[in-house]
Ligand binder design. Structure first.
Ligand code: SAH
Length: 203
């Protein structure tokens, strides 16, 4: 998976590659889909949601420039796979999920697999996690029409936020926002296809 899908497409961050090799992706999908866990596509995880394609998880992790000891806020826990990869990279991960069934199942998975560096929460992630802010990094693994302002506000300085942004379903541009010395710089990192970010704003 790492050699053919991730290195071949240009991901180079050694921490990301090591984490993708270490985290057992088959334990983050339903048993019936385990044989497909390392294939080059997303998979359903229930409740109309998906675990992202392995390459997309690697790309997001690389764009974050994440490293040991960083406090990372993730919106869209889902299966917990992205959070586990970031924890494997040494980050302290705060992850928010709005679907109760997914939150409960994944919380149990974090405990069973001993991902003690991940703190899950059931909430609307477009509001962030104000009591734990600021964060060194913020990653959103669902796509909405704009960048929720609370997430920009809760990003530290310096800080990096990675989020898919787009108005049409499952078609967004991957946006990276850098906060540095009081300035906020936004760059586009190409097209992606995430499930919807469901916000309190009636999106
Ligand atoms: N990072 C996940 C990807 C899951 S798909 C993984 O590695 O498996 C995106 C997830 O975002 C879904 O579980 C969906 O329920 C969740 N989501 C969508 N809108 C949300 C919101 N406003 N707050 C929190 N989670 C949200």
């Amino acid at each position: 998976m790492v050699r053919e899908q991730i290195e071949a497409r240009g991901v180079r961050d050694p921490r990301v590659l090591a984490a993708m090799r270490a985290v057992p992706r088959h334990l983050f999908v339903q048993e019936a889909l385990r044989a497909q866990a390392y294939q080059d596509h997303p998979l359903p995880i229930g409740n109309g949601q998906t675990i992202s394609q392995p390459y997309i998880v690697a790309l997001m992790s690389e764009l974050l420039e994440a490293g040991p000891g960083m406090r990372v806020l993730e919106i869209g826990t889902g299966s917990g796979y992205q959070a586990a990869v970031l924890a494997q990279m040494g980050c302290e991960v705060y992850t928010v999920e709005r679907v109760k069934e997914l939150y409960l199942a994944t919380r149990k998975r974090f405990t069973q697999l001993k991902y003690f560096r991940v703190r899950p929460k059931l909430d609307d992630g477009t509001l962030g996690w104000p009591s734990e802010a600021p964060f060194d990094r913020v990653v959103v693994t669902a796509g909405g029409p704009e960048v929720p302002q609370p997430l920009v506000d809760q990003l530290g300085d310096p800080g990096i936020l990675v989020i898919p942004v787009g108005t049409s379903k499952r078609q967004q541009e991957l946006v990276r926002i850098r906060k540095e010395e009081g300035r906020v710089v936004r760059e586009s990192k190409g097209g992606v296809a995430f499930v919807d970010l469901v916000g309190a704003h009636g999106w």
